[in-house]
Ligand binder design. Structure first.
Ligand SMILES: Cc1ncc(COP(=O)(O)O)c(C=O)c1O
Length: 423
């Protein structure tokens, strides 16, 4: 990662590390008890909790500024438009996009990827072309491409993974022949693996392919700079980065977005409509049909401000330290097997199996102690197939988690083993 090119907003090398206890105190949901225990929230890969400033920004919008945007000439509507577009500008700076016109609001990562598959894909992928993804993608970065391939008569290829949970890039040059688009996750939501996406992008571009990065597990957790990465598209979700549900973003290189046909038709995305035909609005609104998620965009803007104030390199350092501690401690639990690479190469995610105990039983018993983890296939059935497991348990960390949370998880896992007569 080229930290040197980060924007002033996202970089924080000159800033002192945050007071993490004070950060935790900003999250009111963490003050509650579950089954008589203080909540220990370790399902951050699925969704993150919301700090006071995000809750306050959305509350203030509904209490004082609620009006539709772009249309009204009255003060409240103009103010709502400013807040909505101001958030977009700060999101653009957060990932170092060249312009806020390159940020399209979507519902989430999934919709951002579907947008690219449906518009860029239909216009550029034809019979005999290849689409390349990887064996560690979330379903949302597999299924849209499978639908496109079926519709257009294209072929699908994938970069395999090895037992350590890394991409096997040995045959990348061969795999890239005839490829129109490469869709790759920056960080795996199961294995935690942080992939060399800049290197993959560079190789893809040499072969004339465009690159979409699934940033759902990267943008919330580490500095991400689209110019340094050189990618063509980047998709991410607000709800995984302290913002509300219902909004996400697609970053796209302007020249590509300009050339793409619209995604959905309706209000706001047009310039002129007659009974026969329509012309399209400028970027980014060409891709934003209908009344958008206004309060949610404002909430996401507040989340970006919050993360920027912490500094994304501090966020990354905090999670790396926590996951290193978690891996050390998890490896002391008899029968427990963590999948994925060493801490230095992964995000704050630890997916594991525990002997023959079903992950759903692990998660239910931990819940009895107020500990929230995820169990299941994590929307990554091909990873389950590769490791030949029906499901995995997964603990995942964010800025408000502490070593004490890890200790509670470990105690909880010993309790699970006791219940199953393993010790
Ligand atoms: C790597 C990855 N990609 C995509 C998604 C889909 O995100 P969303 O459900 O917000 O669209 C997720 C969600 O967990 C994810 O972890």
């Amino acid at each position: 990662m080229a930290n040197a090119t980060l924007t002033a907003d996202a970089a924080s090398t000159s800033r002192p590390a945050p007071d993490w206890a004070a950060v935790r105190a900003d999250f009111p949901i963490l003050r509650q008890e579950v089954h008589g225990y203080p909540l220990c929230f370790l399902d951050n890969t699925a969704t993150a909790q919301k700090p006071e400033p995000v809750l306050a920004a959305m509350d203030a919008y509904y209490r004082t500024t609620n009006a539709n945007i772009h249309r009204g000439v009255y003060q409240m509507s103009e103010h709502a438009t400013e807040l909505y577009e101001g958030a977009r500008a700060r999101i653009a700076a957060f990932i170092n996009a060249r312009s806020s016109r390159e940020i399209i609001y979507t519902r989430n990562t999934t919709e951002a990827i579907n947008l690219v598959a449906a518009t860029w894909g239909r216009a550029n992928v034809g019979p005999g072309d290849a689409i390349l993804y990887t064996a560690m993608e979330h379903h949302s970065n597999l299924v849209p491409w499978q639908l496109l391939a079926q519709e257009r008569g294209a072929t699908l290829r994938y970069i395999p993974i090895d037992d350590a949970g890394r991409l096997v890039l040995d045959d990348l040059e061969t795999l890239l022949e005839g490829v129109k688009i490469v869709a790759v996750t920056y960080a795996s939501n199961v294995l935690g693996t942080i992939n060399p996406v800049a290197e993959i992008t560079e190789a893809a571009h040499r072969h004339g392919a465009v690159v979409l990065i699934d940033g759902a597990q990267a943008v919330p957790h580490m500095p991400v700079d689209v110019q340094a990465l050189g990618c063509d598209f980047l998709a991410f979700s607000s709800h995984k980065m302290l913002g509300p549900t219902g909004i996400g973003c697609l970053y796209g290189r302007r020249a590509l977005l300009e050339a793409m046909p619209p995604y959905q038709g309706g209000g706001d995305m047009i310039r002129r409509v007659t009974l026969e035909r329509s012309t399209w609005n400028d970027l980014p609104w060409k891709f934003e049909a209908g009344t958008p998620a206004i309060a949610e965009a404002i909430g996401l803007g507040a989340a970006v401000d919050y993360l920027s104030a912490l500094g994304m390199d501090h966020v990354r350092a905090h999670e790396q330290q926590l996951v290193a501690y978690a891996l050390d401690r998890l490896n002391t639990v008899p029968g427990l097997r963590v999948l994925g690479p060493p801490a230095a190469e992964r995000g704050g995610v630890a997916a594991f199996s525990l002997g023959e105990i079903h992950p759903h039983d692990i998660a239910s018993l931990l819940d009895q102690r107020g500990i929230a983890i995820r169990a299941g296939h994590h929307c990554c059935q091909p990873i389950m197939d590769y490791y030949d497991v029906p499901a995995l348990a997964r603990a995942s960390f964010y800025i408000y988690n502490t070593e004490a949370d890890v200790d509670r998880l470990i105690d909880g896992l010993h309790f699970v083993r006791e219940v199953f007569g393993s010790e």
